[in-house]
Design a protein around this ligand. Structure first.
Ligand code: HEM
Length: 180
């Protein structure tokens, strides 16, 4: 199928996906800070974190399907699963594929969390930072709109949101530890 709407769908879902993943990561960081529970109960933030990650997974399937079904460029299903082997912009596409694989690991292990060793689960869950990071690189490298001012701002805001959440978590935790 070579239809413009598939290309628009791929680009549109890509940008929304980056925003949703950023929100998921920020909420995930927030639930681990001492501030979670203030203003909004911790279980609400945790539930929101989980549900957003599942919505992102559905959107990711749509994003990938649109890229594969659009025959203007050749991207096979296997290129969406095995990183860096495709013929179309293999490096930039590969970062998206890597993000998909890492997200798959974090979602599957989260669904199996009750059967897993907590430390192992936590270690694997840290891969979600990697997934978010490589998807930022993917969007910047492959996106038609990546350098358009609005798109650039979306990326800058996403990176700033995660950087701020991280700083609050680690500097806040460090200050609390110093006071104790
Ligand atoms: C979590 C994983 C992913 C995220 C967050 C993501 C996000 C994005 C973003 C932000 C763009 C730029 C849209 C634009 O500015 O035009 C994009 C483009 C694109 N993505 Fe992904 N992506 C992910 C995974 C994948 C995967 C696994 C594939 C493999 C099929 C893929 C295929 C594409 C393609 C082909 C484009 C280029 C669209 C164009 O021509 O502009 N993405 N993606």
């Amino acid at each position: 199928m070579n239809q413009m709407w598939l290309w628009f769908l791929n680009r549109g879902t890509g940008v929304v996906l980056l925003g949703l993943m950023t929100l998921t990561v920020v909420l995930g960081i927030w639930t681990t800070t001492g501030r979670a529970g203030r203003g909004m109960p911790r279980f609400v933030t945790q539930q929101l974190h989980r549900n957003l990650s599942l919505v992102s997974a559905v959107l990711l399937v749509v994003h990938v399907a649109a890229a594969v079904l659009d025959s203007y460029v050749t991207i096979d299903w296997v290129d969406a699963i095995v990183p860096f082997i495709g013929s179309y912009k293999p490096l930039w596409l590969g970062f998206g594929t890597l993000a998909l694989d890492l997200i798959a690991v974090t979602i599957v292990t989260s669904l199996l969390r009750h059967r897993m060793n907590e430390r192992l689960w936590r270690g694997l869950h840290l891969l979600s930072y990697g997934a978010w990071g490589v998807s930022v690189v993917h969007g910047l490298g492959i996106g038609t709109d990546a350098l358009a001012p609005w798109s650039w701002w979306v990326t800058v805001l996403c990176v700033a949101a995660v950087a701020i959440a991280w700083t609050i978590r680690f500097v806040g935790g460090w200050v609390q530890g110093a006071k104790a």
